[in-house]
Design a protein. Sequence first.
Length: 600
Amino acid sequence: MALLTARKTQPRYDVIVVGSGAAGGQTAYTLAMEGVKVLMLEAGRNYDPVTETPMFETNHQAPLRGTGTPDKPFGFHDATIDGGWQVPGEPYTNASADPKREFKWWRSRMLGGRTNHWGRIALRNGPYDFKPYSRDGLGFDWPISYEDVAPYYDKVEMLIGVYGTNEGRENTPNSPAGILQPPPLMRAGERLAQHRGKKIGIPVIPIHRAVLSQRLDGPALAAKLHPKNPAAQRVLSQAMSERAACFWATNCGRGCAIRANYQSTTVHLPPALASGNLDILTDAMGYRVLMDDQGKATGVSYIDRKTREEKQVFGRIVVLAASSAESVRMLLNSKSARHPAGVANSSGLVGKYIMDTVGAYLGGQVPALENLPPHNEDGAGGGHAYVPWWLYQEQHAGKLGFARGYHLEFETGRRMPDVDVTRGLAGLNGGNYGAAFKADARRYFGSFVGFAGRGEMIPNEDSFCEIDPAVKDKWGIPVLRFNWKWSEHETRQAKHMQEAGAALITAMGGKLFKPPVADGAEAIANGGFIIHEVGGTIMGADPKKSVTNQWCQTWDVKNLFVTDGGPFASNADKNPTLTIMALAWRASDYMLEEMRKGNL
Ligand SMILES: Cc1cc2nc3c(=O)[nH]c(=O)nc-3n(C[C@H](O)[C@H](O)[C@H](O)COP(=O)(O)OP(=O)(O)OC[C@H]3O[C@@H](n4cnc5c(N)ncnc54)[C@H](O)[C@@H]3O)c2cc1C
Ligand code: SF4
């Protein structure tokens, strides 16, 4: 059992946080920097991106040229260790045998969780996104509005560093002046799409990503983020001084040894540990929330993955931040005679209304981008531009046949060649090899484009998770069983995404690899496939209709919080992680205030 700090675990902490990813990292950071004694439990092993990231290895140095395998689905060099669609010995099940209703669950068992290799796309939800029911009568409104969360978006953006621009577009909020860092230049394919997109009314703008394009001004930012707290300012300034700016040369999915992009392991955990207020136990698989007879949480039991023993830790407050579905699993597995349906489940809604992002893809090849003179447009390891949802008015007027919006993410560029770059080549070069193959590779390299649609799903009664009555994992913990169904809103949206991608590629003078499908149910990716799962402990204003209140605090157990994506009452097209962090910071501020008042 690794204890990352010098001390042994204390008999009792102020707060126990389960999970060390975006949610756990943000929660522990906010609390520890304000002097709260925190113990973090992390199921995976310790992981240090500074020493473990294979930043400068090329694919030919990797087995199978780095291509994906069941153990490493995103390729040999991907940052995920001990994780993927399947984790050995830690299964999950699906209630339906219909492949279209299968939910796929990605997990990363490592310190920092999925933040070590996430795409770093960091978009704010807009005002409409917190009140979707009020706009179209579907799903649920959140009990909070954009104005409640905006100050926390500001703080998170300042802390982690986000590049992008303020474009003043509908429901796509600007950040206050001076917060965003300058975005990298658009790549040739993105510029062409922007130019031609204008002619067909599809906007292309710089994307927001959690990557430093400049070094951070540590002292100034620390003073803004921790006013009146010189100790926190000192620690944060030091941590920020250890982050370099991106040098535009590697693949963010491998992690970043120079700490230029956001990972919990390089941004949240170092200052939180340096504060002296955070202890971290790795290889500690949270199992149950411990409860007393008065209905308060007292701590957490976990399986020590090294010894397989079940152990207990205690705190005044328990925060579940193990990723939305895993936190549901812990709540449901905490059932007892006193809590027969699991803890915090008097509404019966724990596990209900799980959501992912709607995903559909369309790719093609653009002759105008062939034979470009060799140039370096590696940039930050991901898209530099995107298409924000642009049809709010048409949709609101009922002209589209589906209720919620999407954005398009790009695949373009002449980045470091990897297996993906050759994807279209095989179909274009007639199977030649040798000198002809090399000439074709030079001709076509950088001329492939792809658009990945990312859209809003409306929560529904048929998408939920529950405890499988028969299956346990290798630690003896009952596993989750998923139930999943897309509605026609999502399948029609997926069709529209493909059509928009096709319109853009055609406007660029390109050829489609495949035409858009007529049936959106064919275009749509499986639930969970976009790895934006949220919901299951949704927040609301009514304890009978929600699991948590606006502070991510469970209605039933006042010292039990869920700060991952579980409390999302809807899942806007904007990728969820920036909002997870903003809500985790807001919930932590509430905990601080309630602790000060003696209420917690
Ligand atoms: C390839 C990929 C690309 C992505 N791209 C984007 C993107 O561009 N933008 C975006 O917004 N989002 C993106 N995401 C999603 C993003 O990673 C998640 O939304 C985010 O990490 C969720 O944070 P979390 O803290 O809830 O979960 P995680 O980051 O998964 O962290 C959960 C942690 O809890 C630990 N844990 C789990 N169960 C237990 C337990 N029982 N006991 C103790 N510890 C436990 C896990 O090991 C893990 O370390 C992407 C994800 C992937 C995989
Ligand atoms: S592209 Fe930049 S931020 Fe991403 S891993 Fe490389 S250096 Fe780090």
